[in-house]
Design a protein around this ligand. Structure first.
Ligand code: SF4
Length: 343
């Protein structure tokens, strides 16, 4: 496994791998979480797999999303992921024998309409160059969603599945010796429980399976969920299963307790780094080729932009925004679609 160190407030903190105690410890930092500094407006209060991945990708991106809460353009791929997830969840409302591909495809337009009703701004995804709605664009997009739903039937047989949970919101608090805690939360697509009590966590992706060298990153989200469910239920999930509808692949992994403990150490180190950046306002950009998908290039120093004033108090200030602090003294997400992440 690889150890990646991020520079936060002039200190190096390991966040990518805490398989060893040395890495896990990272640099000592301030007490964080519920028992640490009080969580004020805009302070990160919890960690989800998506936001953890944001910070590991680029601390400044995390700041823009979690603290500044800058708006982002709707994405056709992420929106399609949301609709497909809704269809795969709804299908299990039907009796087992009725969970057919035809029924599933038929659910797609209705789930899209429901989503559009709750988020009217998504209509802009299907505007032509003249700004008017383009029915052909929408029809193509719906067709792609239907094909993804149909492919699922070549990977799993919903007539033989009775999920214990669907779209399960999970949350737990990792307490530590300093009485502070880290709230972990997320939404698990599906939880299957065997008669033996063995738990399988399933996540759907509408993108393609990653190349082998990138699978560790894809597995991180699943290990995160496995840790939370282990903490909640006292039993290590037997299997983690990623279902890639874009490429028709299923990746599985059977975690063991020691690996989940390593994930826990990694998350504690990550939270420490996030808390330190929150306190200091030192959110450094970390440019990679993923910048091509970032909505915030216009305010990113790596692209000649200036971040908005930091909205949280900085050391030496008493309340109120910084009135000009930046993305840090340095001043200077791909096709693996889940769904629009609400946490
Ligand atoms: S453009 Fe790249 S470096 Fe800048 S905030 Fe986005 S992901 Fe980070």
């Amino acid at each position: 496994m690889v150890c990646v160190r991020l520079s936060v407030a002039g200190r190096r903190v390991c966040v990518m791998d805490s398989a060893t105690e040395n890495c896990a410890g990272g640099a000592p930092g301030p007490a964080v979480g519920r028992g640490g500094r009080p969580a004020g407006p805009g302070r990160p209060a919890s960690l989800s797999p998506s936001r953890a991945a944001d910070f590991m990708q680029c601390p400044l991106l995390y700041r823009f999303r979690v603290i500044d809460r800058l708006p982002e353009k709707p994405s056709a791929a992420a929106t399609r992921g949301t609709v497909v997830h809704a269809v795969l969840e709804r299908l299990f409302d039907a009796p087992a024998a009725d969970r057919t591909a035809v029924r599933a495809r038929g659910l797609v337009p209705g789930e899209w309409e429901k989503l559009l009703a709750s988020r009217p701004e998504l209509a802009q995804l299907f505007q032509g160059e003249d700004g008017a709605q383009d029915p052909a664009l929408l029809a193509t997009w719906l067709g792609e969603a239907e094909r993804l739903v149909e492919r699922w039937f070549s990977l799993e047989d919903p007539t033989r599945l009775e999920p214990a949970e669907r779209e399960l919101f999970v949350e737990t608090v990792l307490e530590d010796a300093g009485a502070s805690g880290l709230t972990l939360r997320g939404i698990v697509d599906r939880v299957d429980v065997a008669p033996t009590g063995d738990v399988r966590i399933v996540d759907y992706k509408t993108g393609k399976a990653p190349a082998p060298r990138y699978r560790e990153g894809a597995l991180f989200q699943m290990m995160f969920y496995a840790l939370v469910i282990w903490r909640l239920r006292g039993r290590v999930p037997r299997r983690l299963q990623l279902v890639y509808l874009g490429s028709g692949d299923v990746l599985t992994y059977d975690p063991v307790e020691a690996e989940l403990l390593a994930v826990e150490r990694k998350l504690r180190a990550l939270w420490e780094a996030i808390s330190l950046a929150t306190d200091t306002g030192d959110w450094r950009p970390r440019p990679t080729k993923l910048c091509g998908w970032c909505d915030h290039q216009a305010v990113c120093p790596e692209f000649g932009g200036t971040p908005p004033p930091y909205p949280l108090p900085l050391p030496g200030q008493r309340g109120g925004p910084s009135g000009g602090a930046s993305g840090g003294p340095a001043v200077p997400a791909g096709e693996e679609q889940g769904r629009m992440d609400p946490v």
